[in-house]
Write a protein that binds this ligand. Structure first.
Ligand code: ADP
Length: 207
């Protein structure tokens, strides 16, 4: 199973991504977690990106591309799948994700979108702020992350829809109910994909 997760901050990408990965026995590659680990370890990449994370901005595309290329190559080395959570987040990243994945014969079968309401995600993130103390969970930074999501991330959903791999699920119910909706829908997509492989790249470009 090869899944991309595209959803606003606070939609439950992390929770659902981990459950989906466990269910299908594939690695959960969360770009935010990978970046925060670099920051915590004080690596050169971590030192470069920490200000973007703190401000709720997007890390430059080229850095993300290098990070994702390596993570996907490692994850699929044994021929397995992945849940890529938090990438792509803009049109350039969507194209890069496609190119990276096709170069290793592992393009996504599903782009999973969790639909949410802005007020609810702000409420969830402010609640989480009291528990996890993430540096970007303050109200102004949350608003900035949400605005960026609407501006540059949401438009890529249409591309996945045209490719025929978009799966959009209501992310508002509690986490267990979302999981109960997502897993069977992914199973159904996987069965469909086995029966009929995805469109050829030429058609994608034409779209
Ligand atoms: P959220 O979705 O709640 O914002 P994440 O953990 O997915 O949380 O991401 C946290 C931060 O990591 C983002 O605000 C951004 O700074 C950085 N980041 C994660 N993924 C990407 C990406 N694909 N492109 C650019 N920056 C990213």
């Amino acid at each position: 199973m090869r899944v991309l997760m595209i959803a606003p901050p606070g939609a439950g990408k992390g929770t659902q991504g981990a459950r989906i990965a466990a269910h299908f026995g594939v690695p959960h590659l969360a770009t935010g977690d990978l970046l925060r680990r670099h920051v915590a370890r004080g690596t050169p990449l971590g030192r470069t990106v920490h200000a973007y994370l703190d401000r709720g901005g997007l890390v430059p595309d080229q850095l993300m591309q290098d990070l994702v290329r390596k993570a996907l190559a490692d994850a699929t080395a044994g021929g397995g799948g992945y849940v890529l959570d938090g990438y792509p987040r803009n049109p350039a990243q969507a194209w890069a994700a496609y190119q990276i994945a096709s170069s290793i014969g592992a393009t996504a079968q599903v782009a999973l979108h969790l639909r949410t309401d802005d007020d609810e995600v702000v409420r969830r993130l402010l609640t989480r702020a009291g528990i996890e103390h993430r540096s970007d969970d303050t109200e102004p930074v949350i608003r900035r992350r949400l605005a960026l999501y609407h501006e540059v991330t949401e438009p890529i959903l249409e591309w996945y829809d045209r490719r025929g791999i978009l799966l959009s699920v209501d992310g508002m119910p509690d986490a267990d109910r979302v999981t109960a909706a997502v897993i069977p829908a992914l199973e159904a997509r996987r069965a469909r994909h086995k029966a009929r492989p995805g469109p050829v790249p030429e058609l994608l470009i034409a779209a």
